[in-house]
Design a protein around this ligand. Sequence first.
Ligand SMILES: [Zn+2]
Ligand SMILES: [Zn+2]
Length: 195
Amino acid sequence: MSNCPKCSSEALVETPALGNIPLDVCPGCSGIWFDKGELEALLKQSQGWDSADFSLINSMPEGLICPRCKNKMSRGGLVNPLLVVDKCEACGGLWLDPHELELVKKLLGLSGGPSEVKVDRPAPVPEAPPVRDVKTVLIKVVSGVCAILGLIGVSAELYLYFSPAASVAHAPSVGLSVASVMFFIGGVFALNWED
Ligand SMILES: [Zn+2]
Ligand SMILES: [Zn+2]
């Protein structure tokens, strides 16, 4: 996959124009990459135009980096010296900023047909679920243990409370009951804590 020569972080998206010309379009700046012959093919298919001379006028080796072959592209006039575009002399590819396709057609005296190629940014790749660090796992484990201890404490105190005094060795303790309940609630609360 090639990146946009203008906004280099965007990957070009292959977008069929007129059904069968796989143009590469930038979802960020809407620039269009034409591989060698694709612009000619597009104009020929859409408007029957067939006299291609897309060699650059006053070509200067100071363009963008070619997204295909990574050579430095040249800047020069396309059809007209005033329409300055980037073209790769190495692979013959051509980069048009948005609206430059329309200008090319105007200069050629063409009207109708596609003047821009719409592209949708591909759906972002869903982020991987965050990896829980050791600290978080440790807190969860401790919380779980606290909740279980609290539950055991509450059960024991309830058991003592409801048993006949003669059959148990200890009297139920209010302090221990409260502590157990606090442990249980605190543990469950911490267990469900999302940071
Ligand atoms: Zn771009
Ligand atoms: Zn190239």
